[in-house]
Design a protein around this ligand. Structure first.
Ligand SMILES: [Zn+2]
Length: 317
């Protein structure tokens, strides 16, 4: 029987958690509705009771030797979630304290993009790489940086926020309160905003009657697949901003690869083609054709949990 860790992915709607071995195999997995827990400690308590129950009824399972938590605004240094806008708990949530109380094993916390980077490094596309950048293209745009074989946390644990690089000086308003951030153009939300802007400036589209809240990334992807003009242009626009920003980032960190992850990355060539094109166009000559742009190798549903599990393994191996 091999040792297991507990990987926990806390999202605004769902909290997924699993017992994972050192090869990335999931031995037990469960989901809870995050919104049902008024206090964070009640969520930790419920996770503990589910795991303890599973271990007592299944002889193949063991209690975890460590815990990794990926969450929006997860703070690695303090083991907390700090002022996460999309979670129901306000202020600073002491995640490490809550899990210590029940499990009595080491608990590490980080933000979702850093957890994704850890997962990709231990189990996925970045195995064996010392320098790479993961870009998560979901509702927002997150990123995690591996530099010299280590995750880059920065001085305050807020490092690697590529989504808030300003790419247009008087650009679109961003959730962070500023204007023109990369994530307002190159995320699922950015893609939708691209489409609506293109339609309003006259580009033809079968999606002309939809509002922002009624659109999904999948709808634009499918329309683009049918050759819809504005949808194809919306992907081109997302790829243009993203590729250019990646070229700028490459000038600073000189990575072996960029790994694209999340909903928008699942549109495959629709996003990879324009991103790679504009990336190469804007790269410093010394980096041309040397830096890979890869899809994530972790399966979509479990990727975030595996990332959190990788963080847990990292704390004990
Ligand atoms: Zn921003």
């Amino acid at each position: 029987m091999s040792n297991l860790v507990l990987g926990i992915d806390i999202g605004g709607t769902n909290t997924g958690f699993a017992l994972v071995d050192e090869y990335g195999k999931i031995h037990f997995k469960e989901n809870l509705a995050t919104l049902n827990y008024v206090e964070f400690i009640d969520l930790a308590k419920h996770i503990f009771s589910i795991i303890a129950n599973a271990v007592s009824t299944n002889s193949e399972l063991l209690m975890p030797i460590s815990i990794g938590v990926g969450a929006p605004n997860g703070n690695y240094f303090r083991g907390t979630i700090d002022f996460a806008p999309n979670l129901r708990w306000e202020g600073i949530v002491d995640v490490k304290y809550a899990f210590d109380k029940f499990f009595h094993v080491p608990t590490c916390v980080t933000n979702d993009a850093n957890a994704a980077a850890m997962g990709e490094h231990r189990f996925g596309s970045a195995k064996g790489m010392n320098d790479f950048v993961i870009v998560t293209l979901g509702t927002g745009l997150g990123s995690g940086f591996f530099v010299n074989g280590k995750l880059m946390y920065g001085h305050h644990s807020y490092g690697g926020e590529m989504g808030h690089i300003i790419v247009e000086s008087e650009g679109r308003p961003c959730g962070c309160g500023r204007k023109g951030c990369l994530e307002t153009y190159s995320s699922v939300t950015g893609l939708k905003r691209n489409l609506l802007e293109l339609i309003s400036s006259g580009s033809e589209s079968e999606l002309i009657d939809f509002k922002l809240e009624d659109l999904s990334g999948k709808m634009i992807e499918e329309a683009a697949g049918r050759g819809d003009k504005a949808s194809l242009e919306a992907f081109e626009m997302a790829g243009k901003y993203l590729g250019k920003a990646m070229a700028n980032v490459a000038a600073i960190t000189d990575p072996e690869a960029f790994i694209l992850f999340g909903g928008l990355a699942q549109a495959k060539e629709l996003i990879f083609k324009p991103t790679t094109y504009h990336f190469q166009q804007n790269l410093l000559e010394i980096f041309k054709n040397k830096i890979k742009v890869l899809p994530s190798a972790l399966s979509g549903n479990n990727a975030a949990i595996l990332g959190a599990a990788a963080l847990a393994w990292d704390s004990v191996l």
